[in-house]
Ligand binder design. Structure first.
Ligand code: PLP
Length: 396
């Protein structure tokens, strides 16, 4: 089967048709030509009043920025386009609903030095920049990325590296931000080199939406750096099948061929990806791009995100509709990052009906009931518990 047809971009007519291909394919051109103001946006797309108000407010909360490449994936005639809703601000962002927080998963409370979040004993989140190529309107770190709020987050690596060096229980470092792949090659090379020098750090991964927002960044030089310090694992962030362009596929190919194992983290978002059909289409495309769906997040209680959040029970039912109905590799783990700082907790459909002294009774993906025996007397036995069985063997 020729799968490349599945990755065709549906661009109606690019507003950047006259741009030279060399420029378009240059990540620095894409960054320089980002859409960052309501005036620029209005030249390209007809905004609804709610969007226009959202844009006018954005610079006080989370800056507006969209790369031309990503903008082109929007079907501009559709107000409910799933890509549009991820990156074009809306007035609802200015409303704070009950339970919403500036730091919804309590990262600041687990931060021993600026830029490090140390929640799980053996691993740290290392925030190495406050910039992204484009800004997701539901960003869980809107307090500190894009510099729109007066949060004064100044990522400097030295304190973070020193903390990791001094804490030998840290075996896993997750680079995030902002987007680590916006660092220059030189900085990224040095940072990865310093981490590799630390004896107790065995696992390094990068959380990045650059392959999705700015696939042009995934060039030979960058791949060379990732390969040199490998294995480096990477979690990308795709929410909707329309993001799975041929350009993204090619970027994923380059990463995979450079020895980077790829995972995907999606956020379950109302009106964007909260149906079985959309999620199934997405995870199938991810597999074709060599990307293993990793987490599906319940949207954090970030300020101004109520219009995008779903009921967690919907997530449970969506997972139930996938598990057993498609390739196991394609199923992400649905998690809630516990409000206030408890970490990620798996939230699963319940397949277990009962556990008695004799059996565990459960239902399969079709709802049919099965059981597996629990023979208490046989639990935890070693060969020594069976002298009558072993003895004859020894004497023969
Ligand atoms: C998500 C996260 C990690 C990594 O968690 P995994 O379940 O290992 O992917 C580490 N630290 C923090 C603070 C996190 O939020």
């Amino acid at each position: 089967m020729d799968t490349s047809k599945k990755f065709q971009e549906h661009i109606v007519q690019s507003p950047w048709e006259s741009v030279r291909k060399n420029d378009w394919d240059d990540w620095k051109w894409q960054l320089k030509n980002r859409i960052t103001s309501v005036d620029q946006l209005e030249e390209l797309i007809e905004l609804s009043p709610e969007e226009k108000k959202g844009c006018l407010f954005a610079n006080k909360k989370l800056a507006l920025a969209i790369t031309p490449y990503f903008f082109n994936l929007i079907n501009r005639t559709q107000l409910d386009d799933p890509i549009r809703k991820q990156v074009i601000p809306r007035v609802e962002e200015t409303f704070t609903s009950k339970g919403e927080l500036l730091d919804p998963v309590g990262e600041d409370g687990s931060s021993p030095v600026e830029g490090i979040v140390h929640r799980y004993p053996d691993r740290v989140l290392f925030l190495v920049t406050d910039r992204c190529a484009s800004y997701c309107r539901y960003c869980t770190r809107s307090r500190l990325v894009s510099n729109a709020q007066s949060y004064n987050f100044h990522p400097r690596f030295e304190a973070g590296l020193e903390y990791i060096r001094n804490n030998p229980q840290i075996r896993d470092v997750l680079l995030s931000g902002g987007d680590p792949l916006l660092l220059s090659n030189n900085k990224l090379d040095k940072l990865l080199g310093e981490l590799r020098k630390i004896e107790h750090v065995e696992f390094i991964r990068i959380g990045s939406r650059i392959p999705v927002f700015l696939p042009q960044r995934i060039n030979t030089e960058l791949c060379g750096i990732l390969k040199k310090h490998g294995p480096i694992w990477m979690s990308i962030h795709v929410n909707h099948p329309n993001e799975c362009s041929l350009t993204l596929k090619e970027a994923c190919d380059k990463l995979a061929f450079s020895g980077v194992p790829l995972g995907n983290q999606s956020v379950l978002l109302k009106g964007i990806n909260n149906t079985t059909d959309i999620l199934k289409n997405l995870i199938h495309k991810l597999l074709l791009m060599r990307v293993r769906p990793y987490y599906l997040y319940q949207c954090d209680l970030i300020n101004g995100s109520a219009h995008l959040r779903t009921d967690p029970r919907e997530g449970i039912e969506l997972i139930r509709s996938l598990r057993g109905h498609t390739t196991g590799y394609a199923i992400p783990q649905f998690v809630i990052d516990a409000p206030g700082g408890g970490g990620k907790v798996p939230i699963n459909p319940n397949y277990i009906e009962s556990i008695t002294e004799n059996a565990i009774v459960f239902r399969n993906f079709e709802g049919k009931r099965y059981s597996y025996p629990l023979n208490k007397r046989d639990l935890h036995k070693t060969p020594d518990d069976y002298p009558d069985l072993i003895e004859p063997l020894l004497h023969n």
